[in-house]
Design a protein around this ligand. Sequence first.
Ligand SMILES: [Zn+2]
Length: 232
Amino acid sequence: MTKDQFGKEFSRLEAVFNFGSEIEPRARAEYFDSFRHVDLSLFRRAVNAIIDGFRPGGAEKFPSIASIYNAIIDVSPENKEEAKETQAEIRQKCQRCLNLGLYLDVNGDAHFCDCDHGIAKRASWRVPTGDKRRQEQIEKIVKKMPKSKGNLQGILERNPSGFWELTEAEHELWMIEKRKQIERIKERIRRYNQRELDKRDEKVVGSIVKAVENTISEIKRIRVSADDDLPF
Ligand SMILES: [Zn+2]
């Protein structure tokens, strides 16, 4: 992209986000340096996307170099291709068990999933691996089992770095469960300590009783062996 081509597109950003005035020349030169290698039509589409979607605010009154880069990535054909693949992948993937058929709950306990993979796994565990008609047997069991609820969707989302993670709502639910779990552990510790204290009390009471009993029997022994005129 030549400097003129760049200038023409860039001035559209200045028209919308800088009251129609050119930004400071050194800053403008930095922008050009950053994007001179970008294909003109790609840059134009990125500028369109920014004009449609950029909301000036906070420290960023005018689209930064980083924002324009992000827009370029968003509108680039490779990215669109990847996004398409991702949509297909998303539909094929159960977000609860990741197609493994089993998932761990917040306590680390394994469960069979309600999706097809979970049902198949559950059935397969009932048929020994050496069985010659194993597949047939598994299919028979699957038919008798409750219907699949399908791949669970909507609990994962891609974060800006491209990794799948729990949605905020799911994460919140997870945190609530985790907090409950911590409370249960604390309660167990408290009860355990209480029990230990009770045991100690029992021992103390027990030893006092023992001591009193010993004293009484000692007194009795003395009384038996002593003269009747002792003072008790
Ligand atoms: Zn599943």
